[in-house]
Design a protein around this ligand. Structure first.
Ligand code: BGC
Length: 376
């Protein structure tokens, strides 16, 4: 029996019990039993879900998916998007806390800004799960569920290493590296994962960075971070680099940490006259956003790191249910994610590489996309 079926059975069994109780004491006013509590309860109750923005495809998928899973399990949900504005997210969280949810699931915008509001959740015994992005500098976060963020960067770095034959001594190649939003805790993991592979080749001269924007160490990644993960900002940064440093040379490879940046970078490359196909630079990405998958098929992006948000949703729904039922919460990493106040117990899922050749076998066959929407 699938996990979801088991959850449904549990909900149905709970409903049957409630019906029996109602029949037995029909003169009494019956209350829906409160979920959660010290000794465990039944599925049900309110779960608050805070998402960063609707402007990026992945968060729309994440929110809808998690909401549907939890509702199927018998929970009520309050799903809020904060337009990438930190103050808006804090207000939304405060409003949710006022409604006494069982659990708050939070994909933060700025992982360092939520301590005070989450302290008020903690004061009411509301359990907090950091979703995808860690929440930093506070005791008031209980669990973290994500894809292995360092591994995402490793997959990007190793892809570049392999495509260019760097381990066999090939080069020099012109590289332009980018990093994610400086306020997103994930971005430093993505960059470190990739830079641990690529920096030795930069130092050894097989990779050359004509713009000079090559962090000398992983810690300097914020110097090339794109605030808010905005495509438009990545596009203008790439345009500037092309205009200033590439009058007499060609870009061979761009390290882009995700698809929203890759999209802007690809637009800049396209406008600068790079032809789709074999002549187009290697460009990495992450998320398997629809526009990027289409660009992969059109010869303008070499890979994306796919994080099947359905599996993250299932994991988080399981954790929510374990919390509400008073069961032990499943984690598989208790070392990596130190938020400066504590190491947050985490569940890490494996990301995977998708290339133009594997779009069909991974994204279409798994039902993540319909062949028709990709024009296949
Ligand atoms: C997520 C990425 C996403 C990025 C921009 C990161 O925290 O892990 O999947 O591309 O935010 O939304």
């Amino acid at each position: 029996m699938s996990l979801r079926d088991k959850k449904l059975m549990a909900v149905l069994a709970g409903t049957a019990l409630a019906a029996t109780a109602l029949a037995a004491c029909s003169s009494e006013r019956t209350e829906t039993p409160a979920a959660g509590g010290e000794t465990g309860g039944e599925a049900g109750g309110l779960i608050g879900i805070a998402m960063p923005t609707r402007s990026l495809e992945r968060w729309n998928n994440d929110g809808e998916n998690l909401e549907a899973l939890l509702q199927d399990m018998g929970y009520e949900t309050s799903l809020q998007y904060a337009d990438n504005k930190v103050d808006q997210q804090i207000t939304q969280l405060q409003n949710m806390i006022n409604q006494d949810p069982e659990v708050l699931v939070v994909a933060s915008i700025d992982g360092t800004a939520l301590g005070p509001v989450l302290d008020s959740a903690r004061a009411k015994d509301i359990t907090v799960i950091a979703y995808d992005r860690l929440i930093n500098g506070t005791e008031s976060v209980d669990y973290y569920a994500t894809f292995d963020n360092y591994q995402v960067g490793q997959l990007q770095g190793k892809f570049i290493e392999e495509e260019l034959g760097l381990a066999d001594g090939a080069g020099p190649f012109n590289l332009e590296p980018f990093a994610g939003s400086p306020d997103d805790n994930n971005a430093k993991f993505f960059f470190s994962g990739a830079w641990d592979v690529l920096l030795p080749y930069v130092e050894g001269g097989q990779l050359v960075v004509p713009s000079g924007k090559a962090p000398a160490s992983n810690d300097e990644w914020t110097n090339i971070g794109i605030q808010g993960w905005e495509s438009a900002k990545a596009q203008s940064e790439m345009e500037n680099r092309l205009n200033s440093f590439y009058a007499d040379k060609k870009v061979d490879v761009v390290l882009s940490p995700n698809d929203s940046l890759a999209l802007g970078i690809e637009q800049a490359l396209d406008a600068a006259g790079y032809a789709p196909g074999d002549e187009f630079p290697i460009v990495t990405g992450q998320d398997a956003d629809l526009a990027n998958v289409k660009n992969m098929l059109a010869g303008m992006q070499s890979m994306t790191v796919w994080k099947d948000t359905r599996t993250l949703g299932e994991q988080v729904a399981t954790m929510v249910d374990q919390i509400v039922q008073g069961e032990e919460v499943e984690v598989n990493d208790t070392e990596t994610y130190d938020n400066e106040v504590k190491v947050v117990p985490a569940y890490l899922l494996p990301p995977q590489v998708v290339t133009p050749d594997t779009v069909e076998s991974s994204l279409v066959e798994s039902g993540f996309y319909d062949a028709a929407e990709l024009g296949l």
